[in-house]
Design a protein around this ligand. Sequence first.
Ligand code: ZN
Length: 413
Amino acid sequence: MKKILLLIFDGLSDRPIPELSGRTPLEAARTSNLDRLAEKGLVGTHYAMPPDDDYPTSDEAHFEILGYSDRKYLPGRGVLEALGMGIELGKKDLALRVNFGTVDENLKVIDPRAGNIKDVRTIAAHVKEEKIGPFTFRLYPGILHRGVLVISGSPVTKEIKHHSTIVSDTDPHKAENHRGGDKVLRPEPIDDSKEAKMTADALWEYQLLTHKKLSNYTENMVRVRQGLLPANFLLTRGAGFMGEVPSFQEKYNLNAACVAGGHLYKGIAKYFGMDVLDVPGATANTDTDVSAKVVESLESLNSGYDFVFMHVKGTDVVSEETGDFNEKIKFLERCDTALKPLLKFKGVLCVTGDHSTPCILKDHSTDPVPIMIIGGGTDKIKAFNEKKASGGSLGHLQGAEIMPKLLKEAESA
Ligand code: ZN
């Protein structure tokens, strides 16, 4: 059986941009290596999420692509981020993803990323650990504006069903105006249990307390004086407990590893029992060392791993944070140069994205995502971009169809 390398560029695909004469960043970028790979393989598009889904999130799209379509497998974003950050979660710890955001005095979200704050470590350290009633709240800083909140204490020891979480999001992320302007949502219990209500009430108390604490914190006051937005509210979402899921080894009989910079992606890999490899210089941003990631991925496949999931976050970051399509082009071109060693890879290589993040939206969209599979047949498509991919022989795939295709290619001699 051939080795498999799955390379996902987060938020890869885009929409036509007038300033680029109606081309997308991927079309406008000079990407000779991606185009040579397209020439060697089969090309098409996919939409990771089921047709009724109107907003693809990165975690859900990755679960689909990796073959874990059943919603019961999704443990909540908080759990995945926590695992990726190396936080040990007990079975009864409730983990929530946190965005360090900025709110005004009426708790209206000014910016869910506190002016694209680069480092929240000292701000998180200022909050430390809080006890409210029977609960302990522990806050962990992540990359950029991100973090994780873990709530423990006997009242959260409640069995949950499927994807339901014990409390709802306070981050109005999926509300219409995701860029700000919506009021923070008060956490609501998901069901009518006493435990869920207690958790939701304590979480709200914690958030008002930390809001006050953060608003008066020196570093935030300095930020305000400098004309920067203060990180004064912990926007939470994706509350969940560790769940049970068949490992990648059990499901596919593949010894798998992950090469990524972002905590969420490392967490997804860990949740599926993959080894997460440490690559110096791998970040979840456009400054990441793509070359080091490619080298590490190829070396791991040469030294015993059957499957490597390599993730690059920069494409999504630039599209979402600034929507600067010229920066996206530059990053794509830098990635393309780093992909050169893949031209000699003898296994099955799949290059794709998890969803579209059009620069004009600065947000995820349901537009189809180009995909190519190299290692088996070829078709007439000789370039890798949104327009060309839509005419490729792979057609229009669903996320759940990708792994079976890769396995089939790997098994064919
Ligand atoms: Zn994504």
